[in-house]
Write a protein that binds this ligand. Structure first.
Ligand code: ASP
Length: 332
């Protein structure tokens, strides 16, 4: 650990143990941070598309359903939304026009499943769950993942959809150089990562994306990688990530957040320290947006990003449709 990070870490740990949860939050999180939530369900997810997804997850949670079902049902809404350009079959393709989908899921028993580079299947998250439940493996990719999905009767579809193909053609025309080096900016990607705690106090998570728009063929980001895009340890909590996957993988981002919570940090502080580690590891931060959200076993939550602009949706029994701007390290 770098000296600077070590100091930040020690200080944060000391402060966290001394302060009441509400005192390490901005006002925006006051209400949820002080909830006594051990047996109260809560679901959080990345970006504004999380609002709708959370509602679906909530239908499971409010009926005393399991967090695993909630996080699968929730993100399926986003995957099926053809107007969403960063998740599911409405997503943007890679440089060569292939929409390749990445997803993973993890439950309270530390069981996990993932798919990457999957084409033409409407619900990668459910294929990831099937990998977890029906095989001895954790991750299937590409044509193997597709064959597995077809064997299990998953619905196929044609991608890219018409509008997306049109955009890709226009991009191709204007970006000849991008065929060597893919365009990277904070506008052309997003992911849904979701964490839910059910009324039994059990935590599960899911993460699904079409990845970076116009990425190099074969590229897989953090989202389907357990420990990077998503990690759950039901004794401690869960975390998930969004943003530049390469940077998140470099610090095993979501696992890092959970391990920081294990050492006593509040989810908010854990997300902040993980972001700071990303910042420490990168000399060039241009366009390097990454964000984390996290939940602990008390149902406390947090979110933090490198740059401003990241938000996350929260659903509890007391409130629907809540969207919070995450705290951040710097402004664009
Ligand atoms: N993390 C995703 C990836 O790198 C994209 C995103 O969340 O914006 O594929």
């Amino acid at each position: 650990m770098k000296r600077r990070s070590f100091f930040k870490f020690s200080l944060a740990t000391a402060l966290t143990s001394l302060m009441k949860p509400e005192s390490i939050f901005g006002m925006q999180n006051h209400e949820i941070s002080t909830r006594e939530a051990k047996t109260e369900p809560v679901v959080i997810s990345t970006w504004s598309h999380g609002i709708e997804a959370n509602e679906e997850a909530w239908k499971v949670l409010e009926n005393n359903g399991k967090s695993l079902d909630a996080v699968e049902q929730g993100v399926k809404i986003t995957e099926a939304d053809l107007s969403n350009r960063s998740v599911g079959i409405g997503g943007r393709p890679d440089r060569d026009g292939h929409v390749t989908l990445d997803a993973c899921i993890m439950d309270e028993r530390s069981r996990c499943g993932a798919v990457a580079y999957l084409e033409g299947i409407q619900h990668p998250i459910s294929v990831a769950r099937a990998v977890m439940e029906k095989t001895q493996h954790v991750m299937l990719v590409g044509s193997g993942a597709k064959a597995f999905a077809l064997d299990y009767g998953f619905e196929t579809c044609k991608t890219p959809i018409k509008e997306v193909k049109k955009d890709w053609k226009a991009w191709k025309k204007e970006n000849k150089e991008a065929f060597e080096k893919p365009e990277i900016n904070h506008e052309n990607h997003d992911t849904i990562g979701m964490l839910a705690m059910d009324s039994f106090g059990n935590i599960s998570g899911s993460c699904t994306t079409s990845g970076w728009a116009y990425k190099l063929p074969g590229r897989v980001g953090d989202s389907p990688i357990i420990g990077a895009g998503l990690f759950v340890d039901n004794e401690i909590g869960g975390a998930c990530a969004t943003g530049m996957g390469e940077a998140i993988i470099r610090i095993a981002g979501s696992h890092t957040v959970v391990e920081l919570m294990r050492q006593g940090l509040h989810p908010q502080e854990a997300c902040k320290l993980a972001v700071e580690r990303i910042i420490d590891k990168h000399e060039n931060l241009e366009g390097l947006q990454c964000g984390f959200i996290a939940i602990n076993k008390m149902g406390q939550i947090g979110g933090f990003s490198v740059y401003n602009g990241f938000n996350y949706a929260v659903r509890t029994a007391n409130g629907k449709g809540k969207l919070f701007d995450a705290a951040f390290d710097r402004k664009w």
